[in-house]
Ligand binder design. Sequence first.
Ligand code: 4NP
Length: 144
Amino acid sequence: MKILMVCLGNICRSPLAEGIMQHLVTQHGLDWEVDSAGTGNWHVGQGPDRRSVHVARNNGIDISGQVCRVFNVNDFDRFNHILVMDKNNLRDVWAKARDENDRNKVSLLLGESHVPDPYYDDAQFAPVFKLIEKGCRDFIDGHQ
Ligand code: 4NP
């Protein structure tokens, strides 16, 4: 199984999602590949936001080595599932889909609800971590 986590900047939410999913996948002894990308290009080449690095580290996960990249159309070929954080991510990734098969690979990590963008609110990073962790646990439970 190959999973791509996507948010807007690829510095706050999707790096957390990549790190948390990788952590849980390893815990479960699953041989899954996990990566992340952003729909926007502002932070390409940078590491994750320090607030995400911090909340991950507080939960025993090191995401500091990740490097920001932009989602591109080849990702539809490389991954089985593309899990996005919010409705805007869904719209932006769907806009790059070539066909129905591409479209069907994309879903919200939390099903119906979304992971809010914590970029402008430091207090959101801890609850965002919990939301993403729940989404990752539920995904693994549904796909083992
Ligand atoms: P993310 O948060 O999508 O969770 O990585 C954001 C990071 C940066 C920006 C927006 C959202 N930005 O506009 O630079």
